[in-house]
Write a protein that binds this ligand. Structure first.
Ligand SMILES: N[C@@H](CCC(=O)N[C@@H](CS)C(=O)NCC(=O)O)C(=O)O
Length: 233
């Protein structure tokens, strides 16, 4: 039996983490039976991150490797029907989404001072208040250092929005009038993009990045279709 370890629900989404949501989408799209384990602590995982898949005594970390594992083990092609050119574009979209837009989401939630109390309550609201500020303050410092090291954290919210607007505009153009990025059925790129954009939108306060998605009706409709087609019921 496949067992997927993910961050639990948050911000009204199936997981507070877009990578965990992506892994859940891939499993759902695989048609295989799987068990979901909500884990708030990635420290014991091979890369200290979630999601992680367990299967037949093997541990597979990272949503990209989970995709590979599912494809190889169950003879699945999440990009079935795509041309070689579309497969290349798909890979580029996934990298842009996970290695660029994601850091914008991270900064919105963790770095921007006016949003931090909302993130803290949403993700750590169950921790008793006295401990909460101490523990979450330490985690926030680490996340700010990660965002700074990656580079996104060095930009102002306006600069970040300007950069990410170009990414989201590219996704909008590639989607066009199609139901999904490469046609009538969701493929691997949709499993990456839909959770990431949904998590920008689900932040419970107005933000510059949220606006970039909500002002685009075709993307908002796409996010609903994506949830319908790929998310676990
Ligand atoms: N490349 C990884 C990224 C996963 C990732 O960044 N997960 C974050 C949550 S969104 C995490 O587990 N962070 C915990 C930490 O850094 O301590 C994947 O695709 O699975």
């Amino acid at each position: 039996m496949l067992k997927i370890f993910v961050f639990g629900p948050g911000f009204g989404e199936i997981s507070a983490s877009p990578f965990s949501s992506k892994a859940l989408c891939l499993l759902q799209m695989s048609g295989q039976k799987y068990q979901v384990v909500h884990s708030g602590d990635p420290r014991k995982t091979p890369k200290n991150k979630l999601p992680v898949l367990e299967h037949n005594g093997k541990t597979i970390p990272d949503s990209d490797q989970i995709r590979d594992y599912l494809e190889h083990t169950f003879d699945i092609d999440f990009d079935a029907g795509l041309t070689p050119e579309q497969r290349g574009i798909s890979r580029a979209i996934i990298r842009m989404t996970e290695e660029h837009i994601y850091f914008g989401l991270m900064c919105t939630r963790w770095v921007d001072t006016e949003n931090w109390p909302t993130t803290r309550e949403e993700l750590f609201g169950k921790i008793p208040k006295l401990m909460r500020n101490f523990i979450t303050g330490k985690i926030r410092k680490q996340v700010i250092a990660i965002a700074h090291g990656q580079g996104m954290g060095r930009h102002s919210p306006e600069e970040r929005a300007d950069r990410i607007n170009k990414d989201i505009a590219a996704i909008e153009v590639i989607l066009g009038n199609k139901p999904f990025l490469f046609g009538d059925r969701p493929s691997a790129a949709d499993a990456s993009v839909v959770p990431m954009l949904r998590e920008l939108v689900s932040f419970p306060k107005p933000t510059l990045l949220k606006d970039l998605v909500t002002k685009r009706p075709s993307l908002m409709a796409y996010l609903e279709r994506g949830k319908e087609a790929m998310y676990p019921a």
